[in-house]
Design a protein around this ligand. Structure first.
Ligand SMILES: [Zn+2]
Length: 414
């Protein structure tokens, strides 16, 4: 029996065509959300959807959909997709691959004339990259997670957001109208490039995401005593930087040893008062750590703060710590995970489970419907860069897994 597969060339041609829109001199793409280039990309996507004979829809947040209806009128909707906006001078694959693979899967199912118990919808979410409100704009609007406050104080500035909304014909009212009723949804699937080197190094075709990591951040203050850098004997110093430096080392060691695949970062260290000839009296340190499991995040937090406390004590310092917010981990749904794995197996592709350490629309969508995500290899792990590259065969593999996983979730063998 031959298995239903996507049209390779149609997918690869679409990837090439979309990459021409907003193309930069060094081979990258600039289609920042709601820019003229993004609008041109959207117009192109709309045309491709209509040319495929699929139903086209745009919601109030500018999310664009291709829909293939089930003959059962009250069927739920199975969603797949990603985004087509990019960072400035980004790559051709981030977002575009997942969006066009979902569209290609729908075209393939339509061409095969299959009857499904679900409506299928391929969706491109507005502003995943955070040009305006700090990421996941369209997917959060769809799930109801976008707040008035985020729109009132967008990361990219209010004037820029208003201008973008006007260009795209969006209003605040329309954006909030994009919220969907979760009971109408059957599930969600996103294909994305890995943006890392784990698959490439292991020589594995498909990464099956188990969870998108949560993030927690703290500001730590190591407080000692400023003093004369020459006349204060070494054994009499309360050097705040000695404590902070020891903490950075120990934090690294303990996370590597006890919390794999968790990660920790000390991204800002500021010594005060900050001079050649003054012993650092206070050090402010920005601490961030990530893991896909909330209980592990709790354990990491306790371990890191206890370590900071004991290091401070050893160096005669006082420690103050202040939580600076974070993001909850988004675990993927077991049924969708197993559909992705079964699809990879049907196709003879190797696969492994891993966590996503970057944020994606799946983070928002999986909060309201069973969600799953898969990765294909990124050459050298390069992303958000003109040199971002995923081999054509990996793009095709990923799209075939999307197609087969949708069929498995719909309970159809083809
Ligand atoms: Zn992306």
């Amino acid at each position: 029996m031959t298995m239903l597969k996507i049209n390779d060339q149609r997918l690869l041609n679409d990837l090439d065509s979309l990459a021409q829109i907003g193309a930069t001199a060094d081979g990258g793409v600039s289609r920042t959300a709601l820019s003229d280039e993004d609008l041109a990309g959207r117009a192109w996507l709309r045309e491709r959807i209509i040319a495929a004979g699929l139903e086209y829809q745009q919601d109030g947040a500018g999310n664009q959909s291709a829909i293939l209806r089930s003959s059962e009128a009250d069927a739920k909707t199975l969603l797949a997709g990603s985004h087509i906006d990019t960072v400035p001078n980004g790559g051709r694959y981030d977002g575009a691959l997942g969006t066009l693979a979902a569209l290609e899967a729908l075209r393939t199912i339509k061409d095969a004339g299959l009857a499904l118990p679900y409506h299928l919808e391929a969706i491109a979410f507005t502003d995943e990259e955070g040009t305006h409100v700090g990421g996941l704009f369209g997917s959060q609007a769809m799930t109801g997670a976008l707040t008035q406050e985020k729109l009132a104080n967008p990361r990219g500035g209010r004037d820029k957001l208003i201008a973008g909304m006007q260009r795209a014909g969006l209003t605040e009212e329309s954006i909030f109208s994009a919220k969907r009723d979760p009971t109408t949804l059957a599930g969600w699937l996103e294909l994305h490039i890995e943006q890392g080197t784990r698959l490439e190094e292991a020589g594995i075709d498909i990464g099956v995401v188990t969870s998108i990591v949560g993030i927690r951040s703290f500001v730590l203050h190591f407080i000692g005593q400023a003093g004369h850098a020459g006349t204060t004997p070494m054994d009499k110093r309360k050097d705040a930087l000695w404590g902070a430096a020891a903490f950075v080392q120990q934090a690294r060691d303990v996370i590597i040893k006890q919390f794999p695949p968790g990660v920790v970062n000390c991204g800002v260290i500021e010594a005060q008062p900050g001079a050649f000839n003054i012993i650092p009296g206070v050090v402010e340190l920005a601490l961030e750590f990530r893991h896909g499991d909330d209980a592990q995040l709790d354990a990491m937090q306790k371990m890191l703060l206890d370590t900071a406390q004991s290091v401070a004590r050893e160096h005669g310092l006082r420690l103050e710590s202040e939580a600076r917010g974070g993001v909850l981990p988004a675990p993927m749904d077991a049924t969708v995970i197993s559909a992705i794995e079964s699809a990879a197996e049907r196709l003879g592709l190797s696969h492994t489970r891993l966590m996503s350490f970057a944020g994606h629309d799946t983070q928002a969508v999986s909060k309201i419907t069973p969600g799953g995500m898969l990765f294909v290899p990124s050459v050298d792990g390069i992303s958000h860069n003109p040199n971002e590259f995923t081999k054509p065969e990996d793009c095709v593999n990923g799209a075939n897994v999307v197609l087969q996983a949708l069929l498995i979730l719909a309970g159809v063998e083809a």
